[in-house]
Design a protein around this ligand. Structure first.
Ligand code: ATP
Ligand code: MG
Length: 364
């Protein structure tokens, strides 16, 4: 049987997963679980690139994230779900990769500017600047070939390819060149209509939101700012309410008719939003039900993380070994020395019991 290709992607545990994740990457993950050997990383170290001051929420977020995964159909019997910081080898791999990337190359990555603008940062920390290098290590650590991500992450996968090429060219073929696989909606806008929907920007509808919350968030959504009355002709393009209708309302005849009436000034925002809230709640109902089933099983999340992280560690260890071998850095490895040294010095009793080596004995 041919071995399956590898797939890696993941999320920062900064909050629950939202509709943007679903259409940007989750759908592809679930669909490709049988075709690929899948690794889903919960990137807790990446959280620190922007939220290093108070990491107290990370643990709870990790647990919620695993429940989100399960609720949409990620199956831990097929796929490996792991926590980044439980695989410390990734830091060493990233350190080695850091030598292959220039500072201006990292400064040109568009997400850096976006994050700095969104979080109103005046300057980037070394950790934030080199975050795409750590992400390259995440992907290449498992020798990932396919990376299902939203559009915002494509530039990071491009860097990963460059690093793999550079490494292979210098030291020998170790890594595949990863391909980004962008979802059916490359970037879902947030409810503010301005920025991409993000966990940490307060503009998301979460997969775990209850019906009332979804209704509330939809009813207070940004629509067309140029439209003052329901009788004014409205804009459909760039209007997040219609972006969500397109992505989540299975009744596309209804959507086409709503768009036509909206453009003609024949339907109010309230009706368009009510229909959207209904469609979203229908879409989210089975996800919420699955989530509740998994949440009721104590220890489930913990055992998924422990098993997955131990599998990922074994992979990372092997990758690191191949890298060091290729780089001719595999000297003084444990178990490889011809004259292996004992772990500790012998005790006096052991020396005593070892009469033939008498000439080295400590004088009594
Ligand atoms: P944060 O605000 O912490 O950065 P986030 O909402 O941007 O959170 P990430 O964990 O950074 O989520 O991203 C996880 C994955 O989901 C990435 O592949 C990313 O491209 C994708 N993704 C995130 N938001 C969207 C979106 N609005 N539309 C499409 N894909 C998205
Ligand atoms: Mg993000």
């Amino acid at each position: 049987m041919a071995t399956k290709g590898r797939l890696l992607t993941g999320d920062r545990p900064t909050g629950p997963l939202h509709l943007g994740h679903f259409v940007g990457t989750l759908e592809n993950r679930v669909r490709l679980q049988d075709e690929y050997e899948c690794y889903f990383i919960i990137a807790d170290l990446h959280v620190l690139t922007t939220a290093y001051e108070d990491p107290a929420a990370v643990e709870g977020n990790i647990r919620e994230l695993v429940l989100d995964y399960l609720s949409v159909g990620i199956d831990p019997d097929k796929s490996t779900v792991y926590v980044q910081s439980l695989v410390p080898q990734v830091a060493e791999i990233a350190l080695l990769f850091g030598m292959l990337v220039s500072v201006p190359r990292l400064q040109r990555i568009p997400t850096l500017k976006d994050v700095m603008r969104d979080l109103k940062l005046e300057t980037a920390s070394l950790g934030l600047l080199s975050y795409p290098v750590l992400q390259s290590a995440d992907i290449l650590m498992v020798r990932g070939e396919v990376v299902p991500v939203g559009k915002d992450q494509v530039s990071h996968v491009e860097l990963t390819r460059e690093i793999a090429r550079r490494f292979n060219g210098l030291y020998g073929e170790v890594f595949p060149e990863a391909q980004a696989l962008v979802g059916r909606v490359p970037t879902l806008p947030g409810t503010d209509g301005k920025r991409k929907m993000s966990k940490s920007l307060g503009n998301a509808i979460f997969l775990s939101d209850d019906e009332k919350t979804v209704e509330r968030r939809v009813m207070s959504m940004f629509t067309d700012p140029t439209r003052l009355r329901a009788t004014d002709p409205g804009h459909v393009r760039g209007n997040p309410v219609f972006a969500y209708h397109d992505a989540f309302n299975p009744d596309q005849t209804e959507v086409t008719s709503l768009k036509r009436r909206y453009r003609a000034g024949k339907v109010g925002d309230v009706e368009v939003k009510r229909k959207l809230a209904q469609a979203l709640n229908t879409f989210l109902t089975p996800i919420r039900e699955h989530r509740a089933e998994f949440a009721a099983q104590p220890d489930l999340v913990e055992s998924i993380i422990r098993d997955g992280s131990s599998r990922a560690r074994a992979e990372a260890e092997e990758t690191l070994r191949s890298m060091k071998h290729a780089m001719k850095l595999d000297y003084f490895r444990e178990g490889t020395a011809s004259k292996a040294k004992p772990d500790s010095l012998p005790t006096f009793e052991e020396l005593d019991g070892n009469r033939p080596t008498r000439k080295f004995r400590i004088r009594e």
